[in-house]
Design a protein around this ligand. Structure first.
Ligand code: SF4
Ligand code: SF4
Length: 343
């Protein structure tokens, strides 16, 4: 039975991009150097910002990202500092190349999950999206992490480029002994937003495709013993819309100091907080917070502004359904033999 994971201030999340540099050039990469900078933060700055955020949101879950975060030579010290500051959980999101011998420089006790990104069940599907040879490197990296006792998750960004492969993922996840499977929908941000109007029909899957192909796969993965999380996307008539920007406590931190509360705003200078001289300060209007206050029949304001082609209207002009906040998730607990028992 799927369960909607509600927003709560008790579950603050910090998504910390410690650099924007990456060895890959994925077709759907959301990193936008013009908006997010090209800096690699120093260890001292990362530690200062982590401390500020830990004071503001004690016990927050921390996700360390890039770019590719393992390119940062001080990542092990970042992890240790975050542990010492009391972050509730620590996850490293990686493309699987695992630079700087990261698996030898941190221990499974220090991180909760290493999360790998893969966008196909085969090299033939994954590599045209993420780069030649990336399927092999990523799956080998994941196996190496499992052998060393790390808990692993896998992120699959669903688009029309890899929709057909998603049905083969439960078997691959089982073979790789992945414990948590995250399905994401491709967003029109960063590189995928180039030529935005043309990109939408090319990349985004329809509601019918999502319900016919993705959701049954999520259920099969759960039956195979894997915990599954995926975005809610569409709200039924009886479900109330909520904007996470109003009710939740999320921080999307970029190396140029911008801190967003909504990931859909990241392509624009709409951040509501800014690290300035290591102090976290609110920004002036107009920023994302002004958008969170708007009530529209379509649900999410940012979705309507940047992804209008995924809205469907009835003949009378009313929206056929509301689009959920992109941060609202459904979760399927593992209901088979859990992969965590098989390390
Ligand atoms: S999506 Fe991730 S792995 Fe791919 S290019 Fe962007 S930062 Fe690198
Ligand atoms: S995605 Fe939409 S609903 Fe969610 S925080 Fe952003 S503006 Fe609000």
């Amino acid at each position: 039975m799927s369960q909607t994971v509600r927003f709560t201030r008790n579950a603050a999340n910090v998504f910390f991009h410690i650099l924007t540099q990456c060895n890959l050039q994925c077709r759907h990469c959301y990193i936008n150097p013009q908006q997010h900078g090209r800096q690699r933060l120093s260890l001292a700055t990362i530690q200062n910002w982590l401390q500020t955020l830990a004071r503001r949101a004690p016990g927050a879950n921390l996700v360390i990202l890039g770019g590719e975060p393992t390119l940062h030579p001080d990542l092990p010290q970042v992890v240790k500092s975050a542990r010492a500051l009391g972050y509730g959980s620590i996850t490293i999101d990686t493309n699987g190349y695992l630079f700087n011998d990261i698996l030898d420089r941190i221990s499974p006790r220090e991180v909760d999950f290493i999360s790998f990104s893969l966008d196909g069940a085969t090299p033939a599907t994954n590599d045209p999206i993420r780069g030649q040879g990336s399927f092999k490197v990523c799956t080998e990296g994941l196996r190496a992490a499992r052998r060393k006792g790390f808990r692993t998750s896998l992120i699959y960004t669903v688009s029309r480029m890899n929709l057909e492969d998603v049905i083969d993922m439960p078997e691959l996840l089982r073979e790789l002994k992945v414990e948590h499977f995250f399905l994401q929908v491709i967003g029109l941000r960063g590189r995928s937003a180039n030529g935005r109007e043309e990109a939408a029909p090319d990349l985004q899957v329809s509601r019918e495709q999502w319900e016919a192909q993705v959701l049954p796969t999520a259920r099969r993965a759960a039956q195979a013993g894997i915990r599954v999380t995926y975005p809610k996307v569409y709200l039924s008539a009886d479900q109330a819309f909520e904007c996470a920007g109003r009710v939740a406590d999320n921080y999307f931190v970029f190396p140029n100091g911008r801190v967003y509360r909504c990931p859909l705003c990241e392509d624009y200078p709409l951040h509501s907080l800014l690290f300035d001289d290591d102090c976290l300060r609110p920004t002036g209007p107009i920023n994302e917070v002004d958008l969170f206050e708007l009530d529209i029949p379509e649900g999410c304001v940012m979705n309507k502004l940047i992804q209008p082609l995924n809205l469907v209207y009835r003949p009378d002009g009313t929206p056929a359904c509301k689009i959920a906040c992109c941060l609202l998730k459904e979760e399927l607990p593992s209901i088979g033999i859990a992969n965590s028992d098989q390390a």
